[in-house]
Design a protein around this ligand. Structure first.
Ligand SMILES: *Cc1c(COP(=O)(O)O)cnc(C)c1O
Length: 226
């Protein structure tokens, strides 16, 4: 077994099977991804459109790609035909554009609403008020080609798990509030994507349904930011 296959099997032994693992392969090579693929893994996450496009053409077609990084509106059309889920919907405008492109392609695309839960200023995302506003707007009701499946968030980057746990609790509460108020009848609204290499165990304890794990599977990345 290679290191990547081993890392995946260790991770799977520590995470309940009901929690999906997105292997975050940003900056990693096609052969690294193939190691994970050959170990049976099928769900991968990337945060840059160009990198995703370059890689997916060299990889098997049954990979489920998740877009997890900030997405510029003008790039939506390139990933829409094949991407499985856009986890990083962080503005009403982006959501409308995804809807327009999905309509053109005749498909419906699964999306998560990204919440800003961390203390850092630089992370994208909604707060609960923004989302309430969005979901109550008339524009939202016209969006027929986006399927809102839940929420996503990134905790503050720190070794102190006390605030991290609070942020995950907060995200789960946002999910519950939205579920009650807007998605009670909608079975697909069930995902809470939270937890990365350094904090996934806390996230799972706090109710995560999707963890996004990069360095713990593929090893540390270089110095490129995010
Ligand atoms: C890079 C990244 C991850 C994974 O980070 P690791 O700490 O390497 O596990 C998860 N989510 C998002 C949005 C990322 O950009």
């Amino acid at each position: 077994m290679n290191d990547i296959a081993l890392n995946i099997s260790v991770l799977k032994s520590q995470i309940p099977p009901s929690v999906r693992i997105v292997a975050v392969s940003k900056t990693k090579s096609v052969s690294d991804i193939m190691n994970a693929y050959n170990a049976g893994h099928r769900i991968f996450g990337e945060n840059r459109v160009q990198e995703l496009l370059d890689k997916k053409d060299q990889l098997p077609g049954d990979i489920e790609w998740h877009m997890i990084g900030h997405l510029q509106s003008n790039k939506v059309k390139y990933i829409l035909p094949f991407v499985c889920m856009i986890q990083s919907v962080d503005s009403p405008r982006l959501l409308s554009i995804i809807n327009v492109e999905a309509e053109k392609s005749g498909c419906t695309i699964d999306c998560l609403l990204q919440f800003h839960i961390a203390k850092e200023e630089t992370k994208f995302g909604f707060d609960l008020e923004d989302v309430t506003h969005l979901l109550e707007s008339e524009d939202f009701n016209r969006l027929k080609n986006v399927n809102i499946c839940g929420v996503m968030g990134m905790a503050t980057f720190t070794d102190d798990m006390v605030p991290v746990r609070e942020e995950f609790k907060f995200l789960r509460n946002c999910f519950i509030t939205l579920k009650e108020k807007y998605f009670k009848e909608k079975e697909q609204f069930k995902e809470i994507s939270m937890g990365m290499s350094g904090d996934y165990h806390i996230a799972v304890e706090e109710g995560s349904t999707i963890v996004r794990i990069g360095s713990l599977i593929f090893g540390r990345r270089g110095t490129r930011l995010a």
